[in-house]
Write a protein that binds this ligand. Structure first.
Ligand SMILES: C[S@@+](CC[C@H](N)C(=O)[O-])C[C@H]1O[C@@H](n2cnc3c(N)ncnc32)[C@H](O)[C@@H]1O
Length: 248
């Protein structure tokens, strides 16, 4: 098949630190590849560039790609909530260097602000929104509501740590489960995909039910995390958690 190849994108991020699995990378890549010239991608939460590089590889040439991350060293990853400016500065440098090394630095505009402060830094619709910033309920809800409002009908939103992080899952319950604007398209691990659509009443109930069906997996992830924190990793393995430090 012609066009960009996922293998090349995945090879480019093999040594880039981050939490996105290969299956999730492929889902992001495919969502970017389906865009048209002139479309726009906004990524919230870039860390060292793993997902931004995959998006840049997948997107057609004339797609505008904006990566929003304040790199304050706060809400950095699992159990890393408080700001640590020296870590944030190192993250920003790693992000820049990784994009250079992958040959995509010129394709990505980095907005070094918190997503809630960055709405004015991006003009026009957002055809693909990738949400992977602060995972606490308030900021996650704001990302889904305020940035989600920028996605036109037919656009897509992908959300990392869905049905895994408590804050992100509560925000989804409010916005995509209870709401009528986002049709659930499935997930790869914790990477859930939604299409912006206006749902009629029956479809809305089915959409909510499909998402509520992910709750057993959410409960399993909470138990796995509790076991890891309690240093009972062998028991987490019994629940099927064999890869990586934390369920994604
Ligand atoms: C889980 S990491 C993102 C991982 C990244 N998507 C990847 O593929 O490796 C979360 C990132 O969100 C950033 N962040 C924290 N608060 C934010 C906010 N309010 N707006 C945007 N990004 C934020 C952190 O600096 C951190 O780099």
């Amino acid at each position: 098949m012609s066009g960009p190849r996922f293998d090349a994108a995945w090879a480019a991020v093999r040594d880039v630190e981050g939490w996105m699995t290969e299956g999730q990378g492929r889902r992001l890549f495919d969502a970017a590849r389906r865009l048209s010239p002139g479309d726009r991608i906004v990524e919230i939460g870039s860390f060292h560039g793993r997902s931004a590089i995959v998006l840049a590889h997948g997107a057609p040439r004339d797609v505008d790609l904006v990566a929003i991350d304040p790199h304050l060293g706060s809400d950095r990853g699992p159990q890393e909530i408080a700001a640590r400016p020296e870590l944030g500065a190192a993250d920003a440098e790693a992000f820049r260097a990784n994009l250079e090394r992958a040959g995509v630095a010129a394709r990505v505009r980095h907005v070094r602000e918190r997503s809630q402060d960055a709405l004015g830094a991006v003009d026009g619709p957002v055809n693909l929104l990738y949400v992977d910033g602060a995972h606490r309920f308030g900021p996650a809800r704001d990302d889904l509501v305020r940035w989600g409002a920028r996605v036109p009908l037919g656009g897509r939103m992908l959300v990392h740590d869905s049905f895994s992080s408590v804050g992100v899952t509560l925000a989804l319950a409010l916005v995509t489960v209870a709401g009528a604007r986002w049709r659930y398209e499935g997930r790869d691990g914790s990477l859930a995909e939604f299409e912006r659509i206006d749902l009629a009443a029956g479809a809305r109930a089915r959409n909510a039910a499909r998402q509520l069906a992910q709750l057993p997996w959410f409960a399993r992830n909470l138990v796995v995390k509790a076991l890891i924190v309690a240093r009972l990793r062998p028991l987490a393995r019994v629940l099927g958690h064999r890869q990586g430090p934390w369920p994604y």
